[in-house]
Unconditional design. Structure first.
Lengths: 107, 113
């Protein structure tokens, strides 16, 4: 299977700070998605981004498929951004998730 | 538009029993996939159904099975439960499976005692 590594594993930020989360994958993939898992366990789809750059409000993501990595940018962080961020890749119908980055935003 | 609905939210079962979990996808979504989340193994793909057919399968034993109905609703069954099956089981729907964004339900938390 494909190995998906996320960094950093844990991140603590002051409200208003910016951050960059990274997702590396070990082989070529068909697509990549970023999710936010809130403290109640629900996974919210942030981006479907097999390549290129997308922006949604304070969040943006970039995937460089040829170099096998993706970045998630969070600007002006808020306490509601706390939770775990996962990237997931798909290849030949199989989905592989990273181990996540746990983000805590302090007021 | 209603989101993905999973029932029940919580389940407690005894070793050796079987369990059935249900997932209703977003209206118009034809693909349903299932995932297991545990602290030790993280999020793992179980299987994906499209038009009532299992199209893709992860690396889980045959005790884990599923099906999809003509209205795209899906069920997952785990037979002969083991303590290690305790997990959060998540279902996701998408328009056509791989190649379209996944939308997750709230999950079913299964505890096996």
């Amino acid at each position: 299977g494909i190995q998906v590594e996320q960094s950093p594993p844990d991140l603590i930020l002051q409200e208003g700070a910016n951050s960059t989360l990274r997702c590396n994958f070990s082989d070529s993939v068909n697509n990549l998605q970023w999710f936010h898992q809130n403290p109640w366990g629900q996974l919210i789809n942030l981006f479907y981004i097999p390549s290129g750059t997308k922006q949604n409000g304070r969040l943006s993501a970039t995937t460089v498929a040829t170099e096998r990595y993706s970045l998630l940018y969070i600007s002006s962080s808020q306490t509601t951004d706390s939770g775990v961020y996962f990237c997931a890749v798909e290849r030949v119908g199989q989905f592989y998730f990273g181990t996540g980055t746990s983000l805590t935003v302090i007021p | 538009k209603a989101g993905v609905t999973q029932t029940p939210r919580y389940l407690i079962k005894t070793r050796g029993q079987q369990v059935t979990l249900s997932c209703s996808p977003i209206s118009g979504h034809r693909s349903v996939s299932w995932y297991q989340q545990t602290p030790g193994q993280g999020l793992q793909f179980l299987f994906e159904y499209f038009s009532e057919t299992q199209r893709n399968k992860g690396n889980f034993p045959g005790r884990f099975s599923g099906r999809q109905f003509s209205n795209s609703r899906s069920e997952m069954n785990v037979s002969t439960l083991e303590l290690g099956d305790s997990a959060l089981y998540l279902c996701a729907s998408s328009l056509w499976g791989p190649g379209s964004p996944l939308h997750f339900g709230n999950g079913t938390r299964l505890t096996v005692t």
